[in-house]
Ligand binder design. Structure first.
Ligand SMILES: Cc1cc2nc3c(=O)[nH]c(=O)nc-3n(C[C@H](O)[C@H](O)[C@H](O)COP(=O)(O)OP(=O)(O)OC[C@H]3O[C@@H](n4cnc5c(N)ncnc54)[C@H](O)[C@@H]3O)c2cc1C
Length: 451
């Protein structure tokens, strides 16, 4: 928001650095950090790159190797401090440690009561962004999108701790070991809330250690000790369906929590914050586009939630096939996980079809209006709606699709069509788009009527 020219005040409850979950960052995080100018500082911090991960999921223990080392293991205390320093450098006023106690609507804006390290501070704002994580400050309509899951976790120190992350599927739990910078090792056990509560027998620590002992996470460790108490965190995925109003927006986990199995909650939180800044900018400066801006934000969160649920269910399904049992079957068969009603063809493009077949637009194709981000605002763009697409598409590979499909040369091959676009987009992008249109049945072969 500050980069879009607004005055911003950020209120953070904790002193940094502090421990926080979300230490394994997916490859998409670094490019996002580039857009806010924080990548250099994160690179300079020297967080560990992930090359090897031990995985026991749909088969026996395997080592998965990423030679590009795209994932990162971070101390969230340090990582979050770098982001906060970047915000300060851009001109954000930071109150820390400070707790938002109450937000009252005030003349179209908000009066926010803050406890700033013991002193009461009142801030008047036009717009409120709630980024307080799972404890969201603004009431909403939260819909659970997956099985109720509890995570028990604790940090270890000592000699012989594993140096590589490890993920394991157990009989009715899954396990995650995350080696962190500075030699700590976080061990997480994910269990079903109902099942765990029903079997209340010994202390949390005893149950955690018992569960952990059924995995190989600490198998080769000796001379190690728990560095923290055993903690519990809700890991149930959800979507808040009231994520935006004309003067408020929720970002990150306050709006959408995805299943931790994807290890991309931080990426999703940054993505939602970037989109939220453009939405808020539109709500503040272009009231006529208000409804479209809100529609865009809700639809993009719902879309992300659905995609993640479907992916997670498929991933649990692969463990369910090996292990079986209620824990896995429940997670593999959540209603949100059902595949889209029509399959999207992902076949590679057939080079012959690109140059031989004469094509036209499918009769089932419609052009609809879709709110999209265009620069610093949400605007409405024409988009393609077709039964083979999960949702309407306005862009592909950064190129606007609808203008390309107006005035298509009649009876041409996809190759000729791509060439006809070459004054607007590079031929290679044109070919990729033509191939995608063909694969998705949006360009269809002209049926010859000749007898
Ligand atoms: C068990 C578990 C493991 C996970 N592991 C991963 C992982 O490895 N990788 C990954 O990408 N994601 C992971 N996630 C998800 C990830 O933790 C979250 O998606 C991500 O941290 C969300 O970021 P956020 O900024 O929205 O919320 P948070 O990170 O929760 O930040 C919210 C901030 O708001 C502050 N705050 C809260 N209330 C107030 C208040 N009233 N006043 C002032 N400040 C306040 C808090 O102090 C906090 O700093 C995991 C989640 C769980 C449950």
């Amino acid at each position: 928001m500050v980069q879009l020219g607004h005055h911003v005040c950020l209120v953070e409850r904790s002193r940094f650095p502090r421990r926080h979950l979300g230490e394994s960052l997916s490859p998409g995080v670094l490019p996002l950090l580039e857009t806010i100018g924080a990548r250099e500082a994160v690179d300079a911090a020297g967080f560990r790159r992930v090359r090897r991960v031990y995985v026991k999921w749909d088969s026996d223990l395997q080592v998965r190797e990423d030679v590009r080392e795209q994932g990162l293991l971070v101390d969230r205390g340090d990582f979050d401090r770098i982001l906060l320093e970047r915000a300060r450098a851009l001109g954000v006023r930071v109150l820390q440690p400070a707790i938002v106690r109450e937000c009252q609507s005030d003349n179209g804006g908000w009066r926010v009561n803050v406890d700033a390290d013991g002193s009461a501070v009142q801030i008047h704002v036009d717009f409120l962004a709630d980024a307080s994580g799972r404890s969201a400050q603004i009431a909403g309509h939260v819909r659970r999108t997956g099985c109720r899951t509890l995570s028990l976790y604790a940090y270890w120190r000592g000699r012989d701790l594993p140096q590589e992350p490890r993920i394991e599927a157990g009989s009715d739990a899954w396990y995650w070991g995350v080696p962190l910078p500075e030699g700590a090792y976080n061990t997480l056990v994910f269990v079903d809330v109902k099942h765990f509560r029903a079997a209340r027998s010994s202390s949390l620590t005893a149950r955690f250690l018992d569960l952990l002992g059924r995995s190989g996470l600490m198998a080769a460790c000796s001379d190690v000790h728990l560095d923290t108490p055993v903690l519990a965190a809700d890991a149930t995925p959800y979507l808040d369906e009231d994520s935006v109003t004309p003067s408020t927006i929720k970002v990150g986990d306050a709006a959408l929590a995805i299943d931790p199995i994807s290890s991309s909650g931080v990426q999703k939180a940054i993505q939602s914050a970037l989109a939220a800044a453009v939405v808020a900018n539109t709500l503040l400066l272009k009231p006529a586009s208000r409804d479209n801006a809100m529609r865009f934000y809700k639809a993009s969160l719902a879309d992300a939630s659905e995609r993640h649920c479907r992916w997670a269910a498929g991933h649990y399904g692969s463990a369910a096939a090996r292990i079986g049992g209620k824990f896995w079957e429940d997670r593999a068969s959540h209603p949100e996980s059902s595949p889209p009603s029509v399959d999207t063809p992902h076949a590679p493009v057939d080079a012959r079809a690109l140059s031989a077949a004469r094509v036209e637009l499918s009769r089932q194709l419609e052009f609809v209006e879709l709110p999209c981000i265009d620069g610093d605002f949400v605007t409405v763009k024409p988009a393609l709606r077709h039964p083979n697409l999960v949702s309407p598409a306005a862009y592909l590979g950064g190129w606007e699709l609808a203008p390309l499909l107006q005035r298509l040369p009649a009876g041409s091959t996809p190759l000729q069509i791509a060439r006809s676009w070459s004054d607007r987009i590079p031929l290679q992008s044109g070919l990729a788009i033509a191939g995608w249109l063909l694969n998705n049945g949006i360009l269809v072969e002209v049926v010859s009527c000749a007898s």
